[in-house]
Design a binder for this molecule. Sequence first.
Ligand code: SAH
Length: 212
Amino acid sequence: MDNITALKASRLAKEIDNRFKLTTDVFNAIAKTDRELFIPKGFGFHAYKLDALPISAKQWISSPLTVAKMTQYLDARGADRVLEIGCGSGYQAAVLSHLFRGVFTVERIEHLLNEARSRFKQMGAHNIHTRHSDGQNGWIGYAPYDRILFSAAVSQIPSKIFDQLSNTGILIAPIWQDDKQIITRFQKHGNRIVEDKIEECDFVPILNGTQK
Ligand code: SAH
């Protein structure tokens, strides 16, 4: 990362921190991630604002404030591996790559995933593993995960996803409730799941199947 990028990214972390107090680890993860790399060409001037942005295929790159919150709610301390469902631009996964030893991220739209892959390569994030598939099936090959994050809104967590969460693992997801979405935290204690609602949010809905 060059000096100017580093300055912009740390300014972004400070701006987020003013609205939502960040832990040192999450602050540093934001400050180490070049958001501009994840933004469509021509929108660069927008990269360090706290807005969501349109990317291709009617999809959105989440607001950095939302990404920071989701990251903090995940609570990476003591955790090793995280599964993200809904890679999109890859920005969320890139932030997670500074906090976890292994990041596993799944995307249903192939061309978005290809773009994200080339960004991960460019930033030298060798600990991010990607897969083109319907994330509602999780990624059984590397399960269980200490943390699971839904980056798209679901009505319910499929039981096969809970099966892929480690025994004391935490899962964060935007859950549809009537016409609202609530960021919800699920913690597994063996065969018991404790659920806590955190706050309202606005994610794109999860869709079935895959597309090019
Ligand atoms: N984490 C992204 C946010 C992307 S928006 C970022 O930081 O930019 C949510 C993404 O979830 C979209 O790219 C959408 O295509 C993807 N998605 C929706 N349903 C999915 C599914 N069933 N499996 C995998 N990805 C899905």
